[in-house]
Structure formats: C-alpha cells, structure tokens
Design a protein around this ligand. Sequence first.
Ligand code: GUN
Length: 283
Amino acid sequence: MTAQLIDGNALARTVRAEVAGRVAALQQRGITPRLTVFLVGDNPASQVYVRNKVADSEQTGLAATLERYPAALPQAELLARIRALNADARVHGILVQLPLPVHLDAQAVIETIAPEKDVDGFHVASAGALMVGRPGFRPCTPYGCMKMIESIGYGLKGKHAVVIGRSNIVGKPMALMLLAQNATVTVCHSATRDLARHTREADVIVAAVGKRNVLTADMVKPGALIIDVGMNRDDAGKLCGDVDFAGVSQVAGWITPVPGGVGPMTRAMLLVNTIEAAEAAAS
Ligand code: GUN
C-alpha cells in the first residue's frame, strides 16, 4: 500500500473529546444538551444506526432519547410529536432516522423540524444556508468528510474534486462544501457517461453511491485523495465501501478505510451539531 490512511476512529475520538468539554461547560450552567432521535418502523440497519447515535451522545455527556414508533404510525401523529418537541426548550436537537416507511412523506417530516433543532442539516433552511454560504447545520456525513480532509492539512483551493453520487444527504451538500473551499467540483451520477474519464482527472474523489467497486485503481490519478462514504457488504458479508480499497490504495496518496473512516466521523459530527444547537439556545 502506498496511500496514507486517514483514521476516522482516531479523528472522531478527538472530536468527541472536544464536544464532551463543551457539554461539561453547559452543564456547569445548569443546561443539559439533549438530542431526540425518532425511529419509525424496524429497518435493521436503522436500528443499529440510532442505537449508536444514542450511545455516542451519552458517552459524550449529551442526553439522548430514542422515540420508537411502529411502521404504521400516521403522518399526522409524527408531525404532532415533532411540533411538541420543537416547542420543548429542554430538547436542542431532533433527528428523524431515514428511510421512513413509504406512506410517510420524508421531506414533509423533515420540514416540520424547527431549523434551529435540525441537527441532521436536512431541512431546506439548512440546505439553503449551505447553498448561499450562511451559517447553519451541515449534513453530518459531508461535514465529517471535510474534517477528514482538513485533518491532513490538504488545501482544496484550485483542486479538482469529483463527487460520485448526488443524494441530498451526501453528494449534493458535499459538492457545495468543496466548492466553498474553492475546489473545482464535478458531480457524477448514474447517468454520467464515462465516469473514469472524470475520476482520472481528479485530485480528490468522494465516492458516495452505495455500491461496491465503483472506483477501481485504473480510475485514479496517482497521489489522489480518496474519501469512501460507501457502506456495503462484500460476498463474504464483510463491511466494505464503494472503493476497491486493495487496488486504489496502491495508487492514491490518501484514502479513508471502511470501516473506521467516514462512518465514525458522521456520528461525531452529529454530536458537534447537537452541542452547537444547545449552545445557540443557551446564548
Ligand atoms: N439514514 C442514513 N443516513 C442518515 C443520516 O445521516 N441521518 C438520518 N436521519 N438518517 C439517515
């Protein structure tokens, strides 16, 4: 392997320690920062994610409440519960785990969360703030990717960044954050013709598709910085990303592993957003 690893676990530990200090400072003022997580239905992956989010929060000293509802929960009831928490000053962050059961309108649910409690950064107000370069909550996964890039002292100005994937959760906000750091950004997606032609030109590649081996060694310029957002299983059932790690790590300059890369940083940035929500409410 020639690429240097960017260790998401180590960086997340540093971020969590910093959050824990800020939590303690608020607690000294009699304020307990609180996150409420909604889980509707019994998607197995979502159950693991929300359990981890609650555990991370508690480990940092944040109070976290998990509200679980059956898949058949009527939308009006979910919206009413979110509105009640919007009005509850003890709750600083509200997160609704996605995907939601199909009868629920996810965007309508997200828009019901008060923007000042939107710690996932998915509300149109948060997305709009990112778009125009105003302060606001940034979606945790691309926010974590930016922290990883920053951690190696990598200057993005003038660099060509290729984002593979255009989801509202990762691809689109990732592109905007890279742009805000003066990278030249190309967004590739399922209808892109000749993906490799784009990636071979890239100094930075963020793979966020949710499919194994989207990026292979022949598609990477030597020395490039590779961020792997994917979370997949290989044929043996082992966790793997979107990037062919064995091959690409022979060519790249830096690479994030899966597991132990972007995943822990996504979780850490949720804690950052939550402590920021609590600090803003307390100021
Ligand atoms: N589902 C997959 N990723 C996420 C995330 O970052 N936040 C929420 N709420 N749901 C998700």
